[in-house]
Design a protein around this ligand. Structure first.
Ligand code: FAD
Length: 412
């Protein structure tokens, strides 16, 4: 009913918007539309768990582009409707509002949704997840008058939310089922640094703790009961236990999906003319020894958007650069580069006690990743070491009088 587009993008998040912008920057003159379930101008997600939640920024300050950009660049935004099915033979999608939209190239950029808890009480009012503007708005709206918050899940989003709530004078308990925070993504030294940081701010951090149920009265949360029986009072609960990639319409259409949509280095799926990008896409990464990874980060979404634009424009793909990521909690700035999974050595560089240090991860004597805390120079220079897979010794990496970039010049 809406006709057909040369490029139809599903999802106006980081990856979908980057695809459209890179196409236009690259001189693409065909028609482009982005269809999105949310009914608003596209915005960045990282501030939602940081400045927005603290009340220091409004969503209007972190839109990707101003309202007039889209029309000026002939990018149609079709907002407030969800793509529910894809017909790969007819080259069209069908949305929940009954719109039928055709495509020559389809770019699936649907991100993911917050994983929900299955315990009793998980759907009480006052239980929040934090994935989009609407979630963040509801959560922020509930902070006035809130005294006790329980955050279930000690990952980056949960910890950023914890920091924001403490700064709004809410008393916070973080519950983590693993024996340390951020266990999936970093080493013990960084996990310990973050539990110390949050405890020093007055937050209670409970490790190796499971949730039995969320307790409510008259439909609203009043507490959380842990597996050991302990009951924590709570006016609000934030569940930050991961993301489920939004792939169902694509999978139903026969596109190969495992943990997300499987794509190649150009983000092409198993079906011709269909690409997938960002949080919902998994691909073989040279920075993971050729294994498939599905990353949830802004730089990853940006790289994918650019790769698809190159593929459609038939211009050279810039190629994969080491993945990176950042997180801000209080005054602490973490930057990571590379993928630390599978490391066999983790070298400490600097002083955790002074809140300024890096961990350099090695596999087989070569640098594969860094976590840099308030260490911007290490991050900037470490990127090069990860890109090169530079061989280095524990002694030289631990020595802060040696700049990391000086190691990169070594011939492997
Ligand atoms: P998304 O940005 O999630 O966009 C997907 C879009 O698709 C959404 O707008 C959704 O409404 C829409 N959609 C879904 N299904 C459909 C459908 N069937 N039909 C139509 N539309 C659909 N990354 C960092 O690197 N650093 C950070 O500090 C950081 N902080 C974050 C904080 C928060 C609170 C969150 C939620 C994420 C954060 N991230 C951070 C991760 C980063 O925002 C994501 O990796 C990035 O947004 C992924 O982009 P995407 O386009 O793949 O998905």
């Amino acid at each position: 009913e809406l006709g057909s587009y040369d490029v139809l993008i599903v999802g106006a998040g980081q990856a979908g918007v980057q695809t459209a912008m890179s196409l236009r920057q690259g001189g693409f003159s065909g028609s482009i539309a982005i269809v999105d379930a949310e009914n608003e101008l596209p915005y960045e997600r990282p501030p939602l768990s940081k400045a927005y939640l603290r009340g220091d920024a409004e969503v209007g300050e972190f839109r990707f582009r101003s309202a007039d950009y889209w029309a000026k660049n002939s990018i149609d935004l079709i907002s407030g409707t969800t793509v529910e099915s894809v017909d790969v033979e007819a080259h069209e999608v069908l949305t929940g509002m009954g719109l039928r939209i055709g495509y020559s190239h389809l770019v699936w950029a649907a991100g993911g949704r917050a994983r929900r808890l299955t315990v009793p009480g998980a759907d009480l009012s006052g239980v929040f997840s934090l994935r989009n503007h609407a979630d963040a708005e509801r959560l922020r709206g509930s902070l006035a008058g809130a005294r006790n918050a329980v955050i279930i899940g000690g990952g980056y989003i949960g910890l950023e939310a914890a920091a924001a709530l403490v700064q709004r004078a809410v008393s916070v308990t973080v519950i983590e089922v693993q024996e340390r925070l951020l266990a999936r993504v970093t080493c013990a030294a960084v996990s310990d640094f973050y539990s110390d940081l949050h405890r020093a701010s007055g937050t209670t951090v409970l490790l190796s703790s499971g949730v039995e149920q969320i307790l409510g009265e008259r439909g609203h949360v009043v507490g959380v009961q842990l597996s050991d029986g302990q009951i924590l009072p709570a006016d609000l609960v934030i569940v930050g236990v991961g993301l489920i990639p939004n792939v169902e319409p694509l999978a139903a259409a026969g596109v190969v999906c495992t943990n997300g949509v499987e794509v190649d280095g150009d983000c092409r799926t198993s079906v011709a003319h269909i690409f997938a990008v960002g949080d919902c896409a998994n691909y073989k990464s040279p920075f993971a020894g050729g294994m498939r990874v599905r990353l949830e980060s802004v730089p990853n979404a940006v790289e994918h958007g650019k790769a698809v634009a190159s593929a459609i424009l038939s211009t050279p793909n810039e190629g994969m650069t080491p993945p990176w990521f950042w997180s801000h909690q209080f005054d602490t700035r973490l930057q990571t580069v590379g993928l630390q999974a599978g490391h066999d050595e983790a070298i400490l560089r600097g002083e955790p006690g002074q809140s300024k240090f890096s961990i350099v991860y090695l596999r087989g004597g070569r640098v594969i990743a860094l976590d840099c805390i308030n260490s911007i120079a290490d991050f900037a220079q470490g990127k090069l070491l990860v890109a090169q897979g530079t061989p280095a010794t524990a002694e030289e990496l631990a020595d802060t009088s040696i700049q990391l970039k000086s190691l990169a010049t070594k011939v492997p």
